[in-house]
Ligand binder design. Structure first.
Ligand code: SF4
Ligand code: SF4
Length: 58
């Protein structure tokens, strides 16, 4: 299981980046990059996203 970003919905607001407890999310100009090895599937990024652009998937 790992967090996945939907590029069509994402506003690149950075909200998910700041709540991730293990700093697995990086905001690049037009891309959210998630480090699969760091992600602990806590769901914080999913809960904070205002547009539902984050999902935890298998
Ligand atoms: S919180 Fe949602 S909209 Fe904001 S950067 Fe993260 S995935 Fe994108
Ligand atoms: S599910 Fe948790 S650990 Fe994984 S990217 Fe989102 S906030 Fe970070």
């Amino acid at each position: 299981m790992v967090a996945v970003n939907n590029r069509e919905k994402c506003l690149y607001c950075g909200g998910c980046v700041s709540v991730c407890p293990v700093m697995a999310i990086e905001l690049k100009e037009t891309q959210i990059v998630i480090d699969k090895d760091k992600c602990i599937n806590c769901g914080a990024c999913v809960r904070v996203c205002p547009v539902g652009a984050m999902e935890v998937k298998k």
